[in-house]
Ligand binder design. Structure first.
Ligand code: ZN
Length: 184
């Protein structure tokens, strides 16, 4: 990549250009999303890529877009685009423990290209999906019950809890019997 800045960067209004550290960009954009009621906010980088973010109105998750005004024209350009997106993603920690899930497909419109990402809550492996705490099964994240185990593991855990309770009761009864036993 040459050191020359991209024309899209040079033509962008001063306030929309980003020359700072990448990790600061995502924190700055995230903070900005709270001030614009669901609208997209973004910055263009010297390489010509746009990074945009918004809060999705339907579920208040952050959504991120990495875009270029020109879609990759050949395999080499596509490989470069993939690498670029991967680099952004490495730095895209917008709040601690939150991650990103790449949405299916890419948007290619008006000659440009955009890759979409949806925010992942700290325990999610995909939007609305978490891994069972006791096995590798992926289960639906239920914001009401906060169930963290798959059905078989949840049954097993319930059963063990019941066994433990019964065990305690038997132990208590045995202790009581022994205590009175001596005076019987
Ligand atoms: Zn499980």
């Amino acid at each position: 990549m040459s050191d020359a800045t991209h024309p899209d960067f040079e033509q962008a209004p001063e306030g929309l250009r980003w020359t700072g550290a990448l990790r600061d960009l995502f924190v700055a954009l995230s903070a900005e999303t709270y001030t614009v009621r669901g609208a997209w906010v973004g910055r263009v980088l010297p390489c010509g890529a746009w990074v945009q973010m918004r809060i999705r109105p339907e579920d208040f998750r952050h959504e991120m877009r990495i875009c270029r005004r020109e879609a990759p024209a050949d395999d080499a350009a596509r490989a470069k685009w993939d690498q670029e997106c991967a680099t952004f993603l490495q730095h895209a920690q917008h709040r601690p423990h939150f991650g990103w899930h790449q949405e299916d497909g890419e948007v290619e419109a008006r000659g440009g290209i955009a890759r979409l990402y949806l925010e992942l809550f700290p325990t999610e492996v995909a939007p609305g999906k978490v891994t069972c705490t006791d096995c590798p099964a992926v289960i639906d994240f239920d914001p009401v019950s906060h169930q963290t185990r798959c059905t078989p593991c949840a049954r097993r855990a319930d059963l063990e809890e019941i066994k433990a309770k019964i065990g305690h009761r038997v132990e208590r009864e045995n202790t009581a019997r022994e205590a009175y036993g001596g005076h019987a």
